[in-house]
Design a protein around this ligand. Structure first.
Ligand code: ADP
Length: 248
């Protein structure tokens, strides 16, 4: 299978800010239903890479293809979301004053065209969909709590559940373990592994224990390009990776 027909194909992506290259000929290929962890020191270009994939930042040069046919460099953010690319930012943004299940209900209704007609009334179909999503992110028992009363970890899971309502083919997740307890971190790794059985997931993360728990191929970014790629044990034994993390 040609690389260009992979679910996500980035090749030679360069992003310059006033001459400074935040991404410098970055290439990355993510397969269908693959989960990949992206690590790298601050300033390596991880956020800029996510911004390019979601259309928030347009690269100066390079190729970005989704599902082999969609040119992400030519589409706006809304069109890219429509293609099935969902992004979970580091800080959860849920409706604190509404219950957990109503947050999910809103996300379920959001894929309807007729936004103007959204009500809290739920059809049998919507009810089933909310139940299913709550179960997938393990918040069934929390459904009637106000989202604002959830723990930080539970809020992250709620937001992931809301993103899953759109059934993205590619889910981008930014530092999910940040601020989580050890138990929440471990549970999140299990949750993401479950989610990655049916879609591709790209996780940017600093927490190495969490990356170990994910147990997936790791890409190390440095100065806007890929420094190393492979299993965590392999890349963490790579002299260049050690130098980048420890040698300065
Ligand atoms: P990471 O997420 O890996 O920490 P970023 O993608 O945020 O890295 O940043 C990569 C580099 O690009 C950093 O040196 C950062 O200062 C720079 N950068 C990011 N966004 C901008 C911007 N809008 N304007 C100027 N420089 C930027």
């Amino acid at each position: 299978q040609a690389l260009t027909s992979a679910l996500l194909y980035l090749d030679a992506i360069t992003v310059s800010f006033d001459g400074f290259r935040a991404l410098n000929a970055l290439s990355l290929v993510i397969g269908d239903k693959e989960m990949r962890a992206i690590i790298g020191p601050n300033g390596a270009g991880k956020t800029t890479m996510m911004d390019v994939i979601t259309g928030k930042t347009r690269p100066n040069t390079g190729t970005a293809l989704f599902a082999g046919v969609h040119d992400l460099t030519a589409l706006d953010e809304a069109s890219i979301a429509q293609l099935g690319i969902g992004r979970k930012f580091q800080t959860p943004t849920v409706f604190d004053m509404h219950t957990v299940e109503d947050n999910v209900l809103l996300a379920v209704k959001a894929d309807r065209r007729a936004f103007a007609n959204i009500t809290w009334h739920r059809t049998a179909h919507e009810r089933a969909r909310v139940d299913e999503l709550l179960e997938r992110v393990r918040l069934q028992d929390q459904r009637l709590r106000r989202a604002g009363d959830l723990s930080h970890g539970q809020k992250q899971w709620l937001e992931i559940g809301m993103l899953l309502a759109q059934e993205p083919r590619l889910l981008l997740v930014d530092e999910p373990a940040a601020g989580m307890t050890d138990q929440e971190t471990a549970d999140t790794a299990v949750l993401l592994r479950e989610i990655a059985k049916t879609r591709s997931v790209v996780v940017v993360e600093h927490d190495m224990q969490f990356v170990r728990d994910l147990d997936v191929k790791v890409t190390v970014l440095h100065e806007g390009a890929v420094l190393a790629e492979g299993p965590l044990d392999q890349v963490s034994a790579d002299a260049r990776v050690i130098e980048v993390y420890l040698g300065r």
